[in-house]
Every structure is written in structure tokens, then in C-alpha cells.
Design a protein around this ligand. Structure first.
Ligand code: ADP
Ligand code: MG
Length: 323
């Protein structure tokens, strides 16, 4: 892209905390990094396309946060410690008023998590932000989707549903008059990836995933990879008072908690013998809720404190509840 070199000078150079394990970052044909001995590298890519994953009118600082947070959340879901990233950026133009706030927010969040931008590519075209993140996981204890066993407890971090309510506001501005609409719109972009908390699950959780498509959809990935089923108590689903006020009733709030995507909270399973440890030691700083148990393969039940629930959730009509 013409001006790429100036762009790198202006926006990327000397902006961030340098890591000891980066031998060579921006400026050459490749970056050179030095992974710690015995560590394994977890690696993931996520792309946000302007006009598709966010409106082009969205504040650039929120877009930057969402792009990086979604990638950090993938590292968290594996129990990986963030280390390095590269950024493939496609821009329609070099617009100072967009790029300045974008990179201010981007590097502020990167510094919070100790991840360094070590390279990338810049091209001209429709706005697209593609990040590849890398982090370290211990040799044998990465958090996988495949380890859940019958009887394990199912937990989620934080509260669920705000992002879907925020998306409602983004897609339908007439909803701005509803309670907490602008707060929920902001929360849609500004989630907190559970990177530090995930470290404390290493050796404890039997399976984990980050909630990017919605709790029900993502839990199903754990179920199929682990060849198990689940019983979910919808009365235990955590959601915010603001989202509940926005949607106006409890059933809708619970359904939002089950299906809201881009939450970047964690859903994880814990063998019963570790459940009291999790609730005693880990539930202090990070909000945790036990929402159900792992069941035999083929069983997938939503219940309300033992009472049948029969919701026709779009895409989940097969969730006919039994007791
Ligand atoms: P090449 O032509 O060898 O691909 P480039 O001119 O594309 O090199 O990039 C020059 C340097 O700037 C490289 O080190 C590259 O990693 C870095 N770079 C380019 N664009 C970005 C970006 N969007 N984010 C981070 N680093 C970038
Ligand atoms: Mg290039």
C-alpha cells in the first residue's frame, strides 16, 4: 500500500512495551522470537470485517478492543499466556482520525495483557482486521474441548447476554430509548477476556471454551468433542440487571444468556472432586456460576430448577426439555 512505510512509522513503531523474548519485531521481512524451553505455542487467528462484524460507523477504539479481545479470548480458552501477535490490516485509506484512536486503544489493551505486536501486513481495500495471536501453554495441561466427563459440573464466568442486547441496539437504533441501551451497546464491544482466570483452571478444568457463538452453541462443541451430553438449569444462568431491564422479562433474559454471542466469557467443566476448590478459591475475584452438569451422550436438557422448559430457541428447537 502506498504510504505503508509512513503508516508503520507513525502508528506502530515505538508504541508498545517490548518483550524480552522478541529478538526482532517490526521492520524486517520476518519477526524473530524465542519461545521458552518446554512451552508449547497456542496459535489462533480471528478476523473482523467492517460492515459485517461491526458497523463502519462504530467508534474505532471499540473496534480495536473487540478485535484484540476476541483473539485474547481464544488464548484464554486454552489456558495460554499471551505473547506475540501479528496484524493483517486492510484499510480503504490512511485516515488519521480513525487510525489514531484505533491504535491508542489497541496498544493500551495489548499492554494490559503483555502481548507484543511483532509483525503484519497492510493493504488497501475494504476495512478488515485480521489478528494472529500466539501464547504459551504448558506441555500437557492446555485446556481442551475434549475432556469433559459425565458428572462434571459446568461453569460460566461473568454474566451473559449483554452483547446480544447491545447488538439489538446497534442494528435497530429505535431501541435506543429502552433502559440501558447505550450502556449495553458499549458493552457489546468492550468485553474482558478471561486470560488470568484461565491460568487458574490449568490442571483443574476438564474442558473449556470461550463463548463466541453463544453459550448453547459453544457448549455443544464441548459436548461433541467430549462425546457427552448436558443438563442445564436455566434458573442459574447469570445475567445483568441492565440486560434484564432492557429485554423486560425473565424468560427473554435467560434466553439471551443462552444464545448471546461474542461474550468472551469462559464455559468450562470441572470434575466433582475439584468443584468445592473452584467455588471456594476461584470464585472470589472472578464471578462464577455453576449452570449444570455433564450427562451421558445424547442427553441435552434445559430445566428450570427441575421443572420442564420447552423453549423453541432459534437453531435449538431440538432442546426439548424433559425432567
Ligand atoms: P514485506 O514487503 O517484506 O512483506 P512490509 O513492507 O509488508 O514487508 O512490512 C514491513 C514491516 O512492517 C514488516 O516487518 C511487517 O511485519 C511490518 N508491518 C507491516 N504492516 C503491519 C501491520 N499492520 N502490523 C504490524 N506490522 C506490520
Ligand atoms: Mg507485506
Amino acid at each position: 500500500m502506498p504510504g505503508e512505510f509512513d503508516f508503520i512509522e507513525a502508528y506502530l513503531s515505538e508504541r508498545q512495551t517490548l518483550r524480552q523474548d522478541v529478538q526482532l519485531a517490526l521492520g524486517d521481512d520476518c519477526a524473530i522470537v524465542c519461545p521458552p524451553q518446554n512451552a508449547r505455542i497456542a496459535l489462533s487467528t480471528d478476523t473482523l470485517v467492517g460492515g459485517s462484524h461491526f458497523l463502519l460507523s462504530a467508534p474505532p477504539e471499540w473496534v480495536a478492543h473487540k478485535a484484540l479481545a476476541s483473539n485474547l479470548s481464544d488464548l484464554a480458552a486454552m489456558g495460554a499466556r499471551p505473547a506475540w501477535m501479528s496484524l493483517a490490516l486492510t484499510l480503504p485509506e490512511l485516515d488519521e482520525s480513525w487510525l489514531r484512536p484505533f491504535f491508542d486503544a489497541f496498544f493500551a489493551l495489548a499492554d494490559d495483557y503483555g502481548i507484543q505486536l511483532i509483525g503484519g501486513d497492510t493493504t488497501k481495500g475494504p476495512l478488515s482486521i485480521s489478528l494472529t495471536v500466539q501464547g504459551f501453554v504448558p506441555q500437557d495441561t492446555a485446556l481442551l474441548r475434549s475432556g469433559a466427563q459425565v458428572g462434571d459440573r459446568i461453569y460460566v464466568t461473568g454474566k451473559l447476554g449483554d452483547r446480544k442486547a447491545g447488538l439489538d441496539v446497534i442494528l435497530d437504533p429505535s431501541l435506543r430509548s429502552k433502559p440501558f441501551a447505550s450502556e449495553l451497546e458499549k458493552r457489546h464491544f468492550l468485553s474482558t477476556p478471561r486470560v488470568d482466570f484461565a491460568q487458574s483452571l490449568l490442571g483443574i478444568a476438564s474442558a473449556a471454551i470461550d463463548i463466541s457463538d453463544g453459550l448453547l452453541a459453544d457448549l455443544q462443541h464441548i459436548l461433541s468433542r467430549s462425546q457427552v451430553g448436558a443438563r442445564i438449569d436455566v434458573s442459574q444462568l447469570p445475567y445483568s440487571n441492565e440486560m434484564a431491564a432492557f429485554v423486560g422479562n425473565q424468560v427473554t433474559a435467560r434466553q439471551y444468556a443462552l444464545t448471546s454471542g461474542e461474550e468472551y466469557e469462559l464455559c468450562f467443566t470441572v470434575p466433582v472432586q475439584y468443584a468445592s476448590y473452584v467455588e471456594r478459591e476461584l470464585a472470589g475475584e472472578t464471578e462464577l456460576h455453576c449452570i449444570g452438569q455433564i450427562a451421558p451422550q445424547g442427553e441435552l436438557v434445559l430445566h428450570d430448577a427441575g421443572h420442564a422448559v420447552d423453549w423453541a430457541l432459534s437453531g435449538y428447537d431440538h432442546f426439548k426439555a424433559s425432567k
